[in-house]
Design a protein around this ligand. Structure first.
Ligand SMILES: O=C(O)CCC(=O)C(=O)O
Ligand SMILES: [Fe+2]
Length: 343
């Protein structure tokens, strides 16, 4: 797939037609761009968060280090400290990241750099908007999968993601990939900014900056294909297209019908000296959500035609969202404890 083929879907209407479009897009590829005022993200709002992210990563090492990431997967991680693909990458990713867990009444539940304190409300507001957009997307998935009203209809997934349902593993992650040559340079030609991985949760939202490309997705034919920052024709949009991808949990929940696609971040082409900043929001259902089979004729018909049975992926026990996340974190990092977190 050429990157520009990732469909751009206007989600101004939450109805069956846009639900079907979104489901079609992620059924094969796991990725789609969504746009329209309904996303809740104007260009200036996104710009402000990137300004804030720039000032966070420019803080003195000591201040960032005081918020270093721990086994709950919240906080700051430095260059080379981890890779998203430990099976294949010998060295850590060439990135810094700051993971914010859920905010409570606008307050972070983890140490944050003191000089960021007056921006706490702004970060919390951004995370709330991300969750709000994910709720709309979850409604669209349920509509596209034709879940019957008697089973919960468009609320089937969304109701488990409401903040009132209790804590979840949702994370807002700010990312900074320094330009080649700015930091200690890697001589390994295979070095990556972020190793190949799939995300763990229900839905990931990704915000990118113009002229800072690098994301690639793995095609079903096992080719890496670059993803544009702005799909052609959307450069001037008042509400920039936001990249959406399905995570492992939603793929599991739909018996693989919605795809969780492997992706990675590479250096700019031709040795160009550009930083990359991105912001990802990983949306998870409440920890105690039971991932029971989705009552969808669309999913059932697909399973019938492929011969895959519901329990092949799901096993005989109904996992909770927390079990699912814990098993993914353990597989990647060997973590046995905290269930909060993300890839
Ligand atoms: O920075 C990016 O474009 C992608 C980051 C990513 O895939 C992740 O952190 O899971
Ligand atoms: Fe990812």
């Amino acid at each position: 797939m050429a990157g520009q083929q990732i469909p751009v879907i206007d989600i101004s209407k939450i109805d069956e037609a846009s639900g079907a479009q979104l489901v079609d897009a992620v059924h094969d590829w796991g990725f789609a761009f969504v746009t329209g005022s309904n996303t809740g993200f104007s260009a200036p709002l996104i710009d402000r968060l990137f300004d804030l992210s720039g000032s966070l990563f420019r803080l003195p090492f000591k201040e960032k280090e005081s918020c270093a990431i721990s086994s709950n997967n919240k906080g700051w991680s430095r260059l080379h400290s981890e890779t998203l693909d430990p099976k294949h990458q010998k060295k850590g990713d060439l990135k810094e990241a700051f993971n914010f867990g859920e905010f409570v009444n606008g307050k972070a539940q983890q140490p944050i750099p003191p000089s960021l304190a007056q921006k706490e409300a702004e970060i919390s507001d951004f995370a709330d908007r991300c969750r709000g957009l994910c709720m709309q997307l979850l409604r669209l998935f349920a509509l596209g999968l034709k879940i019957d009203e008697t089973d919960g209809g468009q609320a089937w997934f969304a109701r488990h993601h409401d903040a009132s349902k209790g804590p979840s593993g949702s994370i807002l992650r700010l990312l900074y990939y320094p330009a080649p040559g700015v930091c200690e340079q890697d001589t390994d030609a295979l070095a990556l900014r972020a190793g190949a991985h799939s995300d763990y949760g229900s839905i990931t939202l990704l915000f990118q900056r113009s002229a800072q490309p690098g994301l690639e997705v793995l095609s079903p034919q096992a080719h890496w294909s670059s993803v544009p920052v702005w799909p052609p024709g959307t450069e001037e949009d008042q509400y920039p297209p936001i990249l959406v991808n399905v995570g492992d949990l939603l793929s599991y929940w739909t018996n693989g019908f919605l795809k969780s696609t492997v992706h990675r971040v590479v250096f700019p082409p031709n040795g160009a000296s550009t930083d990359r900043y991105s912001v990802a929001y990983f949306c998870h259902p409440a920890n105690d959500t039971k991932l029971a089979p989705v009552p969808s004729e669309v999913v059932t018909a697909a399973l019938d035609s492929t011969g895959i049975k519901q329990d092949v992926l799901g096993g005989s026990e109904t996992l909770t969202a927390e079990d699912h996340l814990r098993s993914r974190l353990a597989a990647t990092y060997g973590w046995e404890k905290g269930a909060d977190g993300e890839s």
